[in-house]
Unconditional design. Structure first.
Length: 296
């Protein structure tokens, strides 16, 4: 390849970060540049390549077909360069990637995918600490996985799931009697998760069953607990779609009704604004976001 055909690395980095956020302002924060500088680098890269990589939309950015095709190539190259540099020159600094996050996200979403990360990065280790309640980032963790609306002052967030809410129960519980419409959930205990804004009251109201008394039923501090109780036939759980794919496919839980309600809350990858991630953590973040987009 003619060396002159290869774009400068800073242009490619600006493209990769902007494509992840689809927002030049957030990209500028991560790159410690002004928004104007990021926009200029993107324009220079597009001019160099002779194609548009972004669509300028009324409410943000989108990737063109060329941009969508180019992104995984650039991400792979940056990850390989970061990891290779760290392997050769930073071995004395090798440490686990410190991730703090939801136990439910680890158990149902991340754990089944970690084998893929290990195959791609066998030299990297992850230290995952469960965090039941959101706390301030204190610098001890590289990244955090949070459930919420995606807006936390002073933090950068990247969406990982696009969830819908719907009731589930065990096949054995369903066999006790048909559940034909949303208000029929009142026939069994409702299993509650503490800390979620969008619980049974939220779903019942939007499903047209606001007359159901949802104030009773066992309460737990993790979704893992409610889904396990539902598996054991001890009640009906309100599932998040990204968390129950395997349980539904394996027949351990059954979806009730054809009534999925879109959740306004989702899981997000969160990191500090204005702080540069360790190369290993950056490799994990790129991999994680790529996995999330494959799952949509």
């Amino acid at each position: 390849m003619n060396p002159k055909a290869l774009p400068p690395l800073n242009w490619l980095r600006a493209f990769e970060v902007s494509a992840r956020y689809l927002n030049f302002t957030h990209a500028a924060e991560e790159l410690h540049l002004t928004q104007g500088a990021v926009s200029q680098q993107i324009r220079q890269l597009e001019s160099h390549l002779g194609v548009a990589l972004f669509k300028r939309l009324p409410r943000g950015l989108g990737l063109t077909e060329e941009g969508q095709s180019y992104l995984p190539v650039v991400q792979d190259a940056i990850t390989r360069l970061a990891v290779g540099t760290n392997e050769i020159f930073g071995q004395h600094k090798r440490r686990p990637i410190k991730v703090r996050g939801s136990l439910s996200f680890l158990h149902f979403w991340l754990a089944p995918r970690l084998a893929d990360f290990r195959r791609a990065h066998p030299q990297l280790d992850i230290r995952y600490i469960s965090n039941l309640w959101v706390k301030e980032l204190d610098g001890e963790d590289d990244v955090e996985i949070r459930w919420g609306h995606g807006q936390w002052p002073g933090l950068l967030s990247q969406r990982l799931t696009w969830d819908t809410l719907f009731p589930v129960c065990s096949p054995e519980l369903l066999a006790q009697g048909p559940l034909r419409e949303p208000r029929d959930v009142a026939r069994h205990p409702l299993l509650h998760v503490l800390g979620y804004e969008e619980g049974w009251g939220y779903w019942l109201q939007r499903a047209g069953a606001e007359d159901v008394d949802y104030a009773t039923g066992p309460q737990f501090d993790t979704l893992v607990s409610t889904l396990r109780m539902a598996e054991l036939g001890q009640g009906i759980a309100l599932a998040r779609s990204s968390m129950v794919e395997d349980l539904l496919r394996e027949g351990r839980l059954v979806e009730l009704f054809d009534c999925r309600i879109e959740a306004s809350e989702s899981f997000y990858l969160v990191s500090g604004s204005g702080t540069e991630l360790h190369p290993d953590a950056q490799a994990f973040a790129i991999w994680l976001v790529a996995q999330a987009h494959r799952s949509t």
